[in-house]
Design a protein around this ligand. Structure first.
Ligand SMILES: Cc1cc2nc3c(=O)[nH]c(=O)nc-3n(C[C@H](O)[C@H](O)[C@H](O)COP(=O)(O)OP(=O)(O)OC[C@H]3O[C@@H](n4cnc5c(N)ncnc54)[C@H](O)[C@@H]3O)c2cc1C
Length: 386
């Protein structure tokens, strides 16, 4: 057995142990309340504390900062288990652990890591990633939120939009520009000049405190610059989005897997034309497609995990491929799961109603399907050119 295979297997065994605990936690603390979170458009503080107490707000952080030090596969499976039941709660992991946590781990200096990571692990400091703006989405290099130099720091002005956890977070990783330089700042959300408002009634992630955030001459001390000035896009944003895509790949798989379970459960129970609907071949076609797609997405996510574990040069492109595929099939599987439910699929009594709404956003965030297709095409044009 090769060393890589052995490592993957031992990692999988370890994950199996932890995953049981995660499942129990999810079944007890999240599953019964997901519709309530959705309706009330919030995640209770008690749940945030429980996530932290179990280490789930720092699954990928080193132990020295209070994390579980999970490898990529274990962290992916943690994301999947939470994402199957509540995409909103899972999105806390995406922004807090993956986008902000990984950027801090990779580019923060010792002082910054010691200042922020233990609080993030304990749940005292929740973090959000503030890149998008009302007029700037995919073309993220051209952010209009600006910064200028001030005495012992910087002043930030502008507006961010669609920031997951933005209305609740204590720490914002803000991407801003100064002439042609883009830089990243660690900003305390209670700083004077910050105004936040939750965007209500979204189709997806209603409980995830998605916000619009205004910055009016917000002072940020110079030691809160993350990485080098001018390195905000090339280093910080690229690192954050790579980890964000990895998280969304598992999130897409999670929704597809849950939709498949719901589809099968319903198809086995529902009768039409004197027989279970699962006996109708066109229903079987939807089940078959879902099984194949879920298996394929899981294989791609697992391959991305293995390459990330090995720090392989293809880890980032493999992550992009996994995210692009998993986000797409999350939609097709959720769509077919709803179809199998007929009218019942439109009722909030059945999970497929929520899964269908939640799936679409995966094709928009962390690089839209179209943007990722271009990245993958560029990779293909080089890799498969003879
Ligand atoms: C629920 C939710 C949560 C979010 N959370 C966050 C967050 O935490 N932090 C954050 O910073 N942002 C967040 N976002 C914003 C998200 O990252 C952006 O929506 C995303 O980057 C796409 O930008 P856009 O919506 O402005 O679409 P646009 O960039 O305007 O794109 C619109 C359409 O045009 C297509 N398109 C654009 N450019 C090209 C091109 N070159 N070639 C082909 N097609 C193209 C896109 O694929 C898309 O279909 C969130 C969004 C949502 C809906």
């Amino acid at each position: 057995m090769s060393e890589t295979v052995a490592q993957t297997i031992s990692s999988a065994e370890e994950a199996a142990f932890q995953i049981d605990r995660v499942r129990q936690f999810v079944d007890k603390e999240i599953r019964p309340y997901t519709s309530e979170f959705d309706k009330e458009q919030l995640i209770p503080e008690t749940l945030i504390k429980k996530l932290a107490n179990n280490g789930y707000l720092a699954g990928n952080f080193p132990k020295v900062y209070g994390g579980l030090e999970l490898g990529p596969l274990d962290y992916g499976r943690l994301t999947e288990e939470i994402g199957r039941v509540s995409p909103a709660v899972r999105s806390v992991l995406t922004v807090h652990c993956s986008l902000v946590g990984e950027s801090l781990l990779r580019w923060g200096n010792t002082e910054q890591k010691e200042k922020f990571l233990p609080g993030m692990a304990s749940g005292d400091t929740l973090a959000a990633f503030a890149l998008s703006e009302p007029s700037v989405g995919s073309d993220a290099r051209n952010v209009e939120t600006s910064y200028t130099k001030a005495d012992k720091g910087y002043l930030i002005n502008g507006k961010k939009k669609w920031i997951t956890m933005g209305a609740r977070a204590d720490l914002l990783l803000v991407i801003a520009s100064c002439e042609d330089q883009v830089s990243a700042f660690l900003v305390d959300s209670n700083t004077e000049g910050i105004k936040r408002s939750q965007i209500m009634d979204l189709m997806a992630g209603r409980a995830a405190y998605t916000a619009e955030i205004e910055f009016d001459n917000v002072f940020v001390p110079e030691n809160h610059l993350l990485g080098n000035e001018g390195g905000g896009f090339t280093y910080i944003v690229n690192t954050a989005l790579d980890h964000g895509r990895y998280s969304i790949a598992w999130a897409g798989l999670a929704v597809a897997q849950e939709a498949l379970h719901a589809m099968v459960k319903y198809a086995r129970k529902r009768k039409q034309f004197g027989t279970g609907i699962y006996n109708h071949q066109l229903v079987q076609e939807m089940i078959s497609n879902a099984v194949v797609n879920v298996e394929a997405a899981r294989a791609l996510c697992t391959k991305a995990a293995t390459l990330r574990e090995e720090q392989h040069e293809d880890a980032t492109i493999q992550t992009t491929i996994a995210k692009q595929f998993a986000s797409k099939i999350a939609n097709s599987v959720a769509n077919d799961a709803l179809q199998v439910h007929g009218a019942n699929g439109f009722s909030a009594e059945f999970i497929v109603e929520q899964l269908y709404r939640e799936a679409k956003v995966f094709e928009v965030i962390e690089g839209s399907t179209q943007i990722l297709q271009q990245v993958i095409a560029r990779h293909g044009l080089t890799r498969f050119h003879k």
